[in-house]
Design a protein around this ligand. Structure first.
Ligand code: P6P
Length: 335
């Protein structure tokens, strides 16, 4: 039962008892993400006005220019999660290795690790196109009180206890799941409060939108090429509409509301795909499945892939269940 005008804080309290680990730790963790989201939102919204735009002159492990807002968002989420002493480890797209929190303190009873893409789509910042933060939360698998190891982060996506994103768009929203459906909260910037605006979000089973960077078409696997031509063919409810923002969070958010499929296949420049399994594909796949959608690498369920390293990339298709099913049929037929 969803209460009109319920705030995110009220929602967390009301639904805490439905979460199997009802220690309240996860609630505090979601609350700390809410705070960091408001702080980053403030900077993103004024990015055009202050000297915070443009590459910070550094590059991250991905070899991509680090925008200053990338660096800022990364620092803010790490600082907020650390200061509130809720997690025992953090991994980030912007950090070469994972960060162990209070690892010297054997009293550190924190059980959660967080993986984040602090500002996804950051190349859009300079052109005022929406960007987002993606987060993924697990319970540690190594003994409580000991320093975290990489094994705490290299868990399959089906072990996530929560995931979500913040989209800094025409309005700022937090969309997340703790395994009991997907709910969206919109920020009222005048008072700095998130309100439940999209209860029980569900992917329409069918959609008419496909999102892919068709500039890479000639390098796509044959099954992807055949599916794109299928989308464009005059037949039945096709041709579909092509919509590609270049920001995963924004394309996903539009597709979960309207129905659609997002594809980032492997190509010559990205032989394993471009998107990172741990802090982009797994959290979005958990959301998709919790919203009656589907996510795979074209063949294998994303949440069943065993990660091998922190910044591992995979091909990624995600969205309306029947559209992903059709894509996977094209991939099988093209083998
Ligand atoms: P391309 C942003 O860098 C990102 O990780 C996703 O948010 C986005 O969908 C994709 O890469 C865009 O990549 O190669 O199409 O510019």
């Amino acid at each position: 039962m969803f209460k009109k005008n319920q705030t995110l804080g009220e929602f967390i309290i009301e639904h805490q008892s439905s979460f199997k680990y009802t220690s309240g730790e996860l609630s505090r963790l979601i609350n700390s993400i809410r705070l960091a989201a408001k702080v980053v939102n403030h900077e993103v919204n004024k990015a055009g006005l202050v000297d915070i735009i443009g590459a910070a002159g550094d590059t991250n492990i991905q070899g991509e220019d680090q925008q200053k807002l990338d660096v800022y968002a990364n620092q803010k989420f790490i600082q907020t999660l650390t200061n509130r002493n809720i997690v025992c480890g953090i991994a980030s797209e912007e950090e070469d290795d994972f960060i162990s929190i209070n690892s010297q303190d054997e009293n550190n009873q924190n059980r959660y690790v967080v993986l984040i893409d602090p500002l996804d789509g950051s190349s859009n910042i300079d052109v005022n196109v929406s960007v987002g933060t993606i987060f993924s939360i697990y319970r540690r698998v190594t003994p409580v009180g000991s320093p975290v190891t990489v094994d705490d982060f290299l868990q399959k996506g089906n072990q996530q206890v929560a995931s979500g994103y913040i989209v800094y768009g025409t309005s700022t929203m937090i969309v997340y799941t703790t395994g009991d459906g997907v709910n969206g909260f919109t920020l009222n910037p005048a008072i700095g409060t998130f309100y439940l605006s999209h209860p029980n979000m569900q992917f329409p089973e069918n959609g008419r939108i496909y999102s892919v960077n068709e500039g890479n078409y000639v390098q796509f696997p044959q099954g992807i090429k055949n599916y794109i031509k299928y989308c464009q063919k005059e037949e039945g409810d096709r041709p579909y509409t092509s919509r590609y923002i270049g920001s995963l969070v924004s394309d996903f958010h539009r597709n979960i509301i309207k129905g659609g499929i997002y594809l980032y296949p492997k190509n010559a420049k990205n032989p394993n795909g471009k998107l990172r399994l741990l802090y982009e594909c797994n959290p979005m796949a958990f959301l998709a499945e919790q919203a009656n959608g589907k996510a795979s690498d074209g063949f294998t369920r994303i949440l069943d892939i065993q990660p091998k390293e922190l910044h591992q990339r995979v091909p990624f298709v995600c969205g309306s269940k029947n559209m992903v099913d059709t894509l996977e049929q094209f991939m099988k037929l093209a083998l």
